[in-house]
Design a protein around this ligand. Sequence first.
Ligand code: UD1
Length: 427
Amino acid sequence: MSEEVIIARETPNLVGTVQVSGAKNSALKLMAAAILGQGETTLHNVPVISDIAIMGEVIEALGATVCREGHDMVIDTSTVDKYEAPYELVSKMRASISSLGPLVGRFGKAHVAMPGGCKIGARKIDMHLVGLEQLGVSFEMDHGYLVATTPEGLHGGSIMLEFPSVGATENTMMAAVVAEGTTTIDNAACEPEIEDLANMLNAMGAKVRGAGTSSIEIEGVPLAVMHPCEYTTVGDRIEAGTYLAGGALLGGPLTVEGIKSDYLRMAILKLRAMGCDVQTGEDFITVQRGKPLQAVDIQTLPHPGFPTDLQAQFMLLASLAEGNSVITENVFENRFMFAAEIARMGADVTIDDHHALVRGTEKLQGAPVVSTDLRAGAALVLAGLAAEGETIVRKIDHIDRGYEDYVGKLVKLGARVERVTLDVEDM
Ligand code: UD1
């Protein structure tokens, strides 16, 4: 059996400038939001990654047309006449659940397949449902599908989320924009992608205030007021953070362009604590390191805390740092699968519940490893650049979900890395 893999070889340094793509976690929701404006919405800076292609299929399954040209996308939702997100698509990509809020907003009803289990924890959707119920949505389960109805129409509500869930904040927001009356979402997620979504909804005619803070206020407008718009996706802070981790790993100087440094304040703070020099400007961040990496304690938290999506990349840095680091994962259960793979390369990581004790080692060794998720996959490729010999990273479809041209961008920075198709029978 053959499989496409990434082979990473020991690389002296990563130097130069890399252009960050549009944020995956923003673009996916902007595409879903387009359902609320009947007509042609144009999105710019849309990353060329497989998750975006799946969201395109979700929207097409509703009757829309999606045209892509490079990083531009035109979504024509005037022909949308279905309100079902089918299981084949939701099971491929959990973020398909983001269609729930806009479908309820546009049709007053939705059939969305329940996402199944996920490797990085239970990832329930109870808070999405609690938020929408406050707006007048009723839910029933029907053979694996969530059936949403609004017997008395959508109305504003006062919502207090138990945890600042990104997905629940977004789904609630996308329905509330067309609910009658005012909605408040407290303990809302503050991620930059939420602000990006609110900005697009406002460009479509919605009235959302406070997005990007923990308290969002939405004054509902009639559905007919919502119109298509032209909108540019914000830069991907996680992609940027991944390349910065690469620069910190090998020394740099490495610059990421197309990203606001404010979005990565906590990650920059940790890079500095680990001994890196980090310079920031309007639209770029540069990392450089002239002395050994130092151990640091990290805990993942909702934004502006340290992002869980950078946890694996920083565990890699901790593995090669002087001293012992404790990494605490507070956002997802079971998000330490990366540790087992990096241990195969000689890292010393002990997991105890949601804490990882990482004892720094001097060198990693190349080995065959498997991407367990998108971020772990990206971190394993970086690990291969720092390791002696050759590292073969398998299951790279995970990486393709969220990193546009990962290998191409790394090669431009000097990485010795390539995609090849191998016979994997004996591996
Ligand atoms: C989004 C991002 C993901 C990122 C995460 C946290 C997308 C497509 N994905 O995921 O990359 O890692 O934010 O920053 O944008 N939870 C519940 N019930 C709910 C909702 C969430 O218990 O109804 C739990 C989850 O299981 C998880 C935690 O809350 O443990 C955070 O989840 P959430 O913020 O909702 O993440 P996602 O929106 O799924």
